[in-house]
Each structure stands twice: as C-alpha cells, then as structure tokens.
Write a protein that binds this ligand. Structure first.
Ligand code: GDP
Ligand code: IMO
Ligand code: MG
Length: 428
C-alpha cells in the first residue's frame, strides 16, 4: 500500500489522532500536511494520555518516521515545548523530520489573530488564536517566513523588516497595540535555528524516495472537511486545505500515489467555534452528549457544540475526499440513549435537500429531517467484533453506512488504542 490519506469528515475532533495511532505501528511514515497547533489530538495508550498539537500522531509509534510537511504552519515555541514534554515522558522524538518549505507562525501573527477576532466582535470566527489564519494569509501574500529562512540571517532580517513595516502600522494604528521590534523578532526566531537544523529536510524528496522503496506513507489531516478553506462552511473555516486534495499540495506526494482515503467520522457531531451546525442540540440533550463524550477542546478547553449525526455532511465528505473507508468513532458514547435521531436530509425553505446546498446562506437555514433509531443499553466498550454489539447498535452502524457513501471499516468503542472493532483492514 503506497500512500494513504486520513481526514476528518465533520468539523474536527472526530478522533483522527487515535485512528492514526492505530495504524502507526504498521506504516513507515506519518505526515502532517496542513494546519498547525490549532489541532488537538488525544491519544490513549495503555491508559496513558497524550495530547498532541503540532507533532504528527505517528510520533508515538516507535518505528515510524513522523514528518511535518510543507503545508503545515509551525509555532517554534510550541514545537519544542511538545518535543521536550514527550522526551520528559521517555518518548523518543529523534526521528522527526521537518520540511524546509513549511511556514513559521511569527509572533506578530499570533497577536494579529487574537486582535482581529476581538475587533470582529459578533462576526468573529471563533479561531483558536494560534496565528493560523494570518500565517496562511502571509504565505498566499508571498510575505511568509519559512523554516529555511532561519538558516540565512541576512534574508530573514530582510523579510522580517519588510513585513513589520506593514504589520506594525496595522497593529499600532488599527488595533492600538504596541509595534514589534525587528531585532526582537529575528532573535526570537534565530534562537531555535540550531536546534531545528538537524531535523530539517527536503521532505517531498524524502517521501518520494520512501515510496519508490515500497514504504507506506500515511498522510494525516488536521481539522476536517467542513473546516476546509475551500470546501467547508466558509468563512467559518480554518485557513488550510484539510481535505484529501490538501494532502498532495501539503506534502509534495502526487495524487497518482494515493491508494486509499480514510475519513474519521464521529457517531454524532461536534463543532468548536462559530458557524452553522444544523443538527446542533441547544438543550439539555446537548449538555448530556457533551458530558458523556467529554467534548471539551484539546487545544483551547472550550466546550464543543454537540448535535446528532448529519448524513448529508458525511456524504459530502465522502464525495469531496473520495473516501474509501470510514472509521466510525465514539459509538460507545451513545449507549443508554432510548432513541437516536440521525439527520438524513435538510429542509431549506420547504424544499428537501439530500445534499449540501449550493450556498452558505441556504446552509444557514437548513433544518434537519430526522430518522430516529432505537438505542441500546448494553456497555459496548469491550466489544471487539461486530457480533459483540447489541442488535440495535449494529442496526445503527449499518444505517449510517448505507446513508454515508462509503463502507465503515473500523468502529471505535472507547479512547484506548485497543478499543476498536476492525471490519476491514485499512492497510490491506
Ligand atoms: P482529533 O482532533 O480528530 O484527533 O480528535 P480529538 O483527540 O480532539 O478528540 C477525540 C476525543 O475522543 C479524544 O479525547 C479521544 O481520546 C476520544 N476518542 C477517540 N475515539 C474514541 C472512541 O471510539 N470512543 C471514545 N469514548 N472516545 C474516543
Ligand atoms: P483538530 O485537528 C476543531 C476551528 C476553530 C475555529 C476555526 C478556525 O483537533 O480536529 P483557526 O484557529 O484554525 O483559524 O480556527 O476552526 N478549528 C478546529 N475545530 N478541531 C480542530 O482541529 C480545529 N482547528 C481549528 O475552532 O472555529
Ligand atoms: Mg482535536
């Protein structure tokens, strides 16, 4: 199996970290191809909990090479903070490789992310405040600072000077914030250069050679389909390409190498930040789901908005990403509910829509059309085969599979690495 892509099907936090970790011991490389430390992946191994933000989830698998691809944006302080924290817990991070082309989240962009959100008031996106949007904007604007710039002080100083000429005006005159000193920013960035240097590589070439050698490469998305800058609920999205297409541009691996696309989808839905969410539960049922599923952000600690499974979203994700397999997570959280509604289509101004409507304005008005399934009472956290699941639970899984546009190959019944039911081998 050459290259495999793993993406989120909903609004993030589907359990991509656990799914990647599940495959980590069987793949040679895990590549993070988009986003930065806006991501938060929780992985539980033998009861020990790890929260990763910037590091690829493959970092916890001994024989796998974790790669930060060119499509990622890097906060250097967070990168080394995470590396140090893992090392302190006896985990090796020596194999980590970082693309020379990845962009750096400079300190001014973190400030600008936060002040822009404050300035936007009720029109805010609800970002994670990690400088993601401004850094990708700089990249597209061709004024970004890249990893390779840290090894050329003259160029770095030149770039920072020219960027701050503009950004300091914005910070001081629009947002009433203190201007940043060129020297301070350059010194801050250079303070990481020596430590970063040995990790840096031409990762696109490295991955090409690995594939030529018959190695297996897993491309792991941060965020998710509905947060993708092109295919998500724009403008309530992140600023990168979180869908399967982004795996190619964010790693340098061509589409012809990709053999499989896995989408991770939760048995219900959650969202952090602002933006439309048709199946959102604003009553006590939403609180119950949040508490049962421990739906609080790994990155910001914000309570996640909760709602029922949205099949049009899953079908959309299947189509946009070319999904071959779903990993259905957190099925165990639904245990004990007398009945489980599933959104099968939307009612928009009295018209039934089985697919995502064309415009964002229509999506804002989408009212879910529900089909309700009977629940189950039995604890399923120890189930390891489909037959271990109660009949109603099996029926729920089958119904989701039929309405979501691809087969369900793995079912998650708990946060632990071993708490999975494998129906089809994702690497066969
Ligand atoms: P990611 O951002 O997609 O990697 O997901 P997060 O780590 O932010 O959120 C998923 C949460 O669900 C984490 O706390 C996981 O440990 C947990 N989790 C993943 N799969 C399952 C599952 O099947 N059952 C339960 N109960 N928890 C799960
Ligand atoms: P993982 O990888 C859930 C959301 C933010 C906000 C929007 C834009 O753990 O699934 P940004 O800081 O990226 O500019 O914020 O995107 N968001 C996430 N929501 N999971 C994530 O990552 C997210 N990363 C960003 O809440 O609504
Ligand atoms: Mg997360």
């Amino acid at each position: 199996m050459p290259a495999i892509v793993l993406v989120g099907a909903q609004w993030g936090d589907e359990g991509k970290g656990k799914a990647t970790d599940l495959l980590g011991s069987r793949v040679d490389y895990v590549v993070k191809f988009n986003g930065g430390n806006n991501a938060g992946h929780t992985i539980v191994i033998n009861g020990e909990k790890f929260a990763l933000h910037l590091l690829p989830s493959g970092i916890l698998s001994e024989n796998c090479v974790p790669v930060i691809g060119n499509g990622v944006v890097i906060d250097l302080e967070v990168l080394f903070g995470e590396i140090d924290a893992l090392q302190a817990r006896g985990r090796s991070t020596e194999k980590l490789v970082v693309s020379a082309d990845a962009h750096i989240i400079a300190p001014y962009n973190t400030v600008i992310d936060k002040v822009t959100e404050r300035f936007a008031g009720s029109r805010r996106i609800g970002t994670t405040g990690r400088g993601i949007g401004p850094t990708y904007a700089d990249k597209m604007n061709r004024i970004g600072i890249r990893v390779q710039d840290l090894f050329d002080e003259v160029t770095l100083r030149d770039k920072v000077t020219s960027v701050l000429n503009l950004k300091n005006q914005v910070l001081a005159k629009i947002y009433n914030r203190r201007a940043l000193e060129v020297d301070a920013v350059v010194e801050f960035l250079l303070s990481y250069a020596d430590r970063l240097r040995p990790m840096v590589a031409n990762t696109a070439l490295l991955l090409h050679e690995a594939l030529e050698d018959g190695k297996t490469v897993l491309l792991e998305a941060g965020q998710a389909t509905m947060l993708d800058v092109d295919h998500g609920n724009y403008p309530f999205v992140t600023s990168s390409s979180a869908t399967a297409g982004g795996a190619c541009t964010g790693s340098g691996i061509p589409p012809t190498r990709i053999a499989r696309v896995i989408a991770v989808v939760k048995a219900y839905a959650t969202r952090v930040g602002e933006g439309p969410f048709p199946t959102e539960l604003l009553d006590s049922k939403g609180d119950e789901l949040r508490n049962a599923g421990a739906e609080f952000g790994t990155t910001t600690g914000r309570p996640r908005r909760t709602g029922w499974y949205d099949a049009p979203v899953a079908r959309y994700a299947a189509r946009i990403n070319g999904v071959t397999d779903f990993v259905l997570t957190k099925l165990d959280i639904l245990t004990g509910l007398p009945e489980i509604p599933v959104c099968v289509a939307y009612d928009i101004d009295g018209v039934r829509h089985d697919d995502m409507p064309m415009t964002q304005a229509e999506f804002h008005k989408a009212v879910p059309i529900y089909q309700t399934f009977p629940g189950w009472e039995e604890d399923i956290s120890k189930a390891r085969t489909l037959a271990d699941l109660p009949a109603n639970c099996q029926a729920y899984v089958r119904a989701l599979e039929e309405m979501s546009g691809a087969r369900i190959s793995v079912i998650g019944v708990g946060p632990g690495r071993d708490q999975s039911i494998v129906l089809n081998d994702l690497l066969a």
